[in-house]
Each structure stands twice: as structure tokens, then as C-alpha cells.
Design a protein around this ligand. Structure first.
Ligand code: MRU
Length: 367
């Protein structure tokens, strides 16, 4: 998407320098900082410490991490070790394993002399495919927004609530949950977005709000607990969120707090949609609550709030008593029964095994 006059992706290979560049998201919304990452250790750190984040972008970054490592040493042992090191950075988003498997399956049969070049080509393919996939998610999601818009008075915006950042910063471009929003704006459909702040990492406050601001989409930042109240008062027409892992039966794992939004939406008969590329479906898992590993992050993210001072330095402030430990599960699972539909690159599926297999019939035999 555009920042100033330049069209950016969230990660790209710079042909001039021969190096991979990312937007270092830790500095947003205060500073738009582009950095180069060069070594496998740096790629692993960028994912683990959330310089980049969001399921599709984590996968794309890992793919480039493998490519960079193949340039150094393209042996089987190094390929396997790179897979392991990148895989253990974050446990929940399945796109990470998906991208690493894609890379290894393609590289393993090749002679070592061809692996580095092939790996860079494949990483670029993964990025290009992600952009097209998310564009298609937007095309399909747009129709859902259009249907809601048709029920409103002329000029009245469709109020969409979203959680975390499933925007272009979380993917290579377009975003998943935000792609239908960007497409709606392009189609001239008025929308207004309720952006959950998404404690404790504040992806909504820092990243989704930044995106909405940049692209001129009317929005309000709200505290995580406001959604239910707004739904009760008719202020939310639909919810669209992303996902880090969707099970074969349609359960959806996403940023902590998503489940509570789905419960509130269900109680208020508000459609709750999840936007996802098919690389986010884990066909090996049926029961999301019991089978998906949930990342447990540092309790300090809860006991402290982080922000930037006027001089640009980042600081943290403790908001709880000394000695109170923070509990910090980073994701939760929304059962399929609470999900109105899954917006994928192939269309909108019912959140169920049959719904998903209807759109991805090739998985019927694979299962
Ligand atoms: O911890 P994060 O910021 O990586 O979590 C991101 C999310 O939960 C997103 O909603 C999800 O990855 C979907 S991104 C298109």
C-alpha cells in the first residue's frame, strides 16, 4: 500500500543492494522505519521480537530467512537447521510452518549449487501469491460489505469492528481483514471502522489505526472491552478479523480477545467474519481449543505499558504493584459455531469441515 508517494510491501528483496528489507513495525505509529535484515539469526529475531508480525508476513519472512541462509551454506544440514531455528520463533501462526515446508520441499531435491537462487525465487513467489490471495479476499469480502450497505440509509456508513492488526502490515500487502475494507472504500461504499486497541501489544492502536489514518478510512480506536457495549447499541454492523490458524472444521485461532468479540457478536446477532488465506488452514487439526499451541508471552507486556516519549525514545511504565506477575496468553480460539463465514481467496465458506472442503475440494482426498 502507499506510504507517501511510494508503494510499499511489508517485506521485499531489494535488487539494487541484494538484501531483504522490512518495515520494522516496533516503531509504528511514531516512525516509519525500513531496515535490512541479513543473517538467519536476524530473521529469527525479527519474527520472535515482532519487528514483523501477522501470520502471513511471518511466513514470508521465514521464506526469505531460508533463502539468505542458503546463500551462506546450501547443505542439507543447514537447510534443516534453518527450518528448525525459524520454526521455533513463534508457535501459533501456521503460516510459518507452511512457508518453511514449501521452501524445504522445493529445495531438498535440488543440487546445492542451485539452491540459493531457487530459494530467493520461491520466497518472492510466496510474497507475490500472498498479495494476490489477499486481493481476492478483498474482492469476496467486498460483496459482504456491499450486502450490509444495501440495508443502510444512503450515505450511512457500514460500521465494521476489527481486532488486532490483520492489515497490510500483517501480510505482504492488502491485509486479510482490511482488504475488504480497502476494496469497499475503492468501490465508494462508506465505512467506519471500530479498531480494538488489542492489549497488551496494542496492534490495533499502533498498527491498524496507523493504516486507517494513512488510507483515510474513518475509524475510532476503542478499548478492548468496548465492543460488546457498541454491539448492544446497534453501533456495529459486522465484525471482520484475521486468523493465525484455522482448523479443518472451521475453528479460528486469532489474537487474544477475539473469542469474546465473537461471543458478543453472537449474542447480538451480528455477523462475525474471519478473513484468511488458505495457507492459514491447518488441515491436520480439528479441535482448535485443545490442539492449537497458544503462545505465552512475557508477563511484562501486561504489567507494563509501552509508549514513545516526545524525544522519540521508547519507554515502559509499570501499571501494577511490584510482585504481581503478568499472565499473557497471546491468542485464543473461537469455535466454528460462532463464525458466520470464512472469507478466503476462493470465496466465502461456512465455518465447517464441509464448508472448507467445498472451496478446497482437493483436500478431500488429502485428508
Ligand atoms: O501477535 P501478532 O501481532 O503476530 O498477531 C497477529 C494476529 O493475531 C492477526 O490477526 C493474524 O495474524 C492475522 S494477520 C492477517
Amino acid at each position: 500500500m502507499k506510504v507517501g508517494d511510494t508503494h510499499y510491501r511489508s517485506i521485499w528483496f531489494d535488487g539494487e543492494t541484494g538484501r531483504v528489507k522490512i518495515i520494522d513495525q516496533r516503531w509504528l505509529p511514531h516512525e516509519f522505519r525500513v531496515v535490512e535484515i541479513d543473517t538467519l539469526d536476524e530473521f529469527a529475531m525479527a519474527i520472535r521480537d515482532m519487528w514483523v508480525r501477522g501470520a502471513p508476513l511471518i511466513g514470508a519472512t521465514a521464506a526469505y530467512g531460508v533463502a539468505v541462509e542458503m546463500q551462506r551454506d546450501a547443505s542439507d544440514a543447514v537447510l534443516d537447521a534453518a527450518w528448525e531455528q525459524l520454526h521455533e520463533t513463534r508457535p501459533t501462526a501456521i503460516n510459518l510452518r507452511w512457508a518453511l515446508d514449501e521452501m524445504r520441499q522445493m529445495l531438498a531435491p535440488l543440487p546445492e549449487s542451485e539452491r540459493a537462487a531457487a530459494a530467493f525465487r520461491k520466497a518472492e513467489e510466496i510474497c507475490d501469491a500472498d498479495v494476490e490471495t489477499n486481493r481476492l479476499i478483498g474482492v469476496h469480502g467486498l460483496e459482504l460489505i456491499r450486502q450490509v450497505a444495501a440495508t443502510k440509509k444512503p450515505g450511512e456508513p457500514v460500521n465494521i469492528l476489527t481486532h488486532c492488526n490483520a492489515g497490510w502490515l500483517a501480510t505482504v500487502d492488502w491485509g486479510t481483514a482490511t482488504s475488504p475494507m480497502y476494496h469497499a472504500v475503492e468501490a465508494g461504499i462508506p465505512i467506519h471502522v471500530w479498531v480494538d486497541e488489542t492489549r497488551p501489544r496494542n496492534q490495533g492502536a499502533q498498527l491498524t489505526s496507523w493504516e486507517m489514518n494513512r488510507h483515510g478510512i474513518p475509524h475510532h480506536l476503542i478499548v478492548d472491552n468496548a465492543g460488546g457495549h457498541l454491539m448492544q447499541h446497534g453501533e456495529v454492523d459486522m465484525v471482520i478479523v484475521g486468523t493465525d490458524r484455522t482448523t479443518a472444521l472451521g475453528d479460528v485461532c486469532n489474537k487474544i480477545g477475539t473469542y469474546l468479540k465473537a461471543l458478543a457478536a453472537h449474542d447480538n446477532q451480528i455477523p462475525f467474519y474471519v478473513a484468511l488465506p488458505s495457507s492459514t488452514i491447518d488441515w491436520t487439526v480439528n479441535d482448535g481449543v485443545r490442539e492449537i499451541p497458544i503462545e505465552e508471552r512475557d508477563g511484562r507486556e501486561v504489567t507494563h505499558v509501552f509508549g514513545q516519549l516526545e524525544d522519540g525514545s521508547v519507554t515502559s511504565v509499570q501499571i501494577s504493584p511490584d510482585g504481581t506477575p503478568g499472565g499473557n496468553p497471546a491468542f485464543d480460539v473461537t469455535p466454528a459455531r460462532l463464525v458466520t463465514g470464512l472469507i478466503t481467496e476462493r470465496g466465502v465458506a461456512k465455518a465447517s469441515g464441509e464448508g472448507l472442503l467445498g472451496l478446497f475440494p482437493e483436500r478431500r482426498n488429502a485428508a
